[in-house]
Design a protein around this ligand. Structure first.
Ligand code: MN
Length: 422
């Protein structure tokens, strides 16, 4: 049996910071389209039910806009014999119960803040969903009961909009411990828009927003396809169906000799990103880039100034299927250092600069090889220490890279403490 779990949709939310061409049809890139695609995916995957973890609607006064979009999707799902079960969050505390009244095929769980469960069955397979809906916009106390839930047979999953491990919060604060103590087989959560890394072994956590609603909601967004077999979860898959993706792009400017060279560097990084996105089963229609210039260069601010408004509205990668635009540029470029000059000094910064120069030498240079060998021993000891064993395979760090990064950081600090005297 398959289930599609959907996090915060926020139907009715308008996107901001889109370039003019996209803003003219902003609905195409927002929650309404994301919801349509989730419905398509549910029908295509022949799921038994779609679960909505609250904040389905952005604002309580978005009744009419949300009604059309929600009703259309629920009807298509009902026609395919797919049930829709949801809980209300802090954004749709009033409007979701009202919509549920108007859309009979939509099952609201836990109205008025009272836990409620329902069963989804498919042949011999049965899953029980436990849900709780916000009774008012602010809930200061944990909605979870003190003890374990009265489990039904088969798989038992919780569906909840809540603020997990956030201390005192007006949005139904819960702790990871409370969720665990409930004794269910998994928790599908709404509220925080950053998705957790849900897996079949640990189907516990935030589903994330269905599409990036804000430039800070970066990375893949979409619903989760959960496959159940013989009373356990067999597979949990994130489907990146969101029409719009916000993406941070790190662009290293080290070695450029002209600020305009930054464009080539951006294009280079973008080609790599485009290849990864275009090769996937689901790809976004538009990607808003938050470009962060990094590395060592004289041209941090000057590089950002090279990008005209026109450049920012659209970058054509030549493959054509995704509309890339620059949402922002940000320079974290660090100043160039004259290592050669520093290395002539006999003080600690000078000795460190000498070692950074050795690291730039090719393999076979005795001083370079000695440094790398020393670092490799130390890193291997550390990465195989028992305290990291829970992380799985020990990592294979690149000693030259680690040394160079740590060396530059230390050199910067040393120079801050004792300004160069000459
Ligand atoms: Mn939300």
């Amino acid at each position: 049996m398959k289930i599609l779990a959907v996090g915060d949709i926020h139907l009715g939310r308008t996107l901001s910071r889109l370039p003019a061409e996209l803003a003219a049809q902003s609905r195409r890139y927002g929650p309404a389209t994301a919801w349509e695609r989730a419905v398509d995916a549910a029908v295509e995957a022949r799921v038994r039910a779609v679960l909505l973890a609250g904040d389905v609607v952005d604002r309580d006064d978005d009744f009419f806009e949300a009604y059309g979009q929600l009703a259309r999707g629920v009807r298509r799902l009902a026609d395919a014999d797919i049930g829709v079960i949801g809980v209300a969050g802090n954004h749709d505390v009033e409007v979701l119960p009202r919509l549920a009244n108007e859309i009979p095929a939509f099952r609201l769980l836990g109205a008025g803040g009272k836990w409620e469960h329902c069963e989804i069955a498919d042949g011999s397979e049965s899953v029980t969903i436990w849900g709780w809906s916000f009774p008012r916009a602010r809930v200061m106390e944990s909605p979870l009961p003190d003890g374990p839930f009265d489990r039904a047979s088969g798989l038992n999953l919780g569906l909840l909009h809540c603020d997990r491990d956030a201390g005192a919060s007006p949005y139904a604060p819960v702790t990871g411990l409370e969720l665990e103590r409930a004794g269910l087989d998994g928790w599908l959560l709404g509220h925080i828009h950053v998705p957790d890394a849900l897996t079949a072994a640990s189907p516990n956590g935030y589903l994330g927003s269905l599409t990036g609603l804000h430039r800070r909601e970066t990375g893949a967004r979409g619903p989760w396809l959960v496959t159940v077999g013989r009373g356990t979860i067999g597979e949990v898959e994130h489907l990146p169906l969101a029409p719009l993706r916000w993406q941070r792009l790190d662009v290293d400017l080290e070695g450029i000799s002209d600020p305009a060279d930054a464009k080539g560097r951006v294009l280079n990084e973008l080609r790599t990103l485009d290849e990864a996105l275009s090769g996937a089963t689901h790809r976004p229609d538009a990607v808003g880039l938050g470009i962060r210039f990094c590395g060592r260069s004289r041209f941090g601010a000057a590089a950002a100034a090279e990008f005209s408004d026109e450049d920012r509205e659209r970058i054509d990668t030549g493959t054509g299927s995704i509309h890339y635009f620059i949402e922002s540029t940000f320079s974290q470029v660090r100043p160039e250092m004259d290592l050669e000059k520093l290395a002539q000094r006999g003080d600690p910064p000078g000795l460190l600069a000498q070692r950074l120069l050795w690291l730039k030498e090719p393999e076979g240079h005795p001083e370079r090889d000695r440094l790398i060998a020393l670092a490799r021993d130390r890193l291997n000891d550390e990465s195989r220490a028992p305290r990291w064993s829970g992380l799985g395979e020990p990592m294979e760090p690149d000693p030259a890279d680690w040394l160079a990064r740590a060396g530059y950081r230390a050199l910067e600090r040393l120079l801050e403490q004792a300004p160069e005297q000459d």
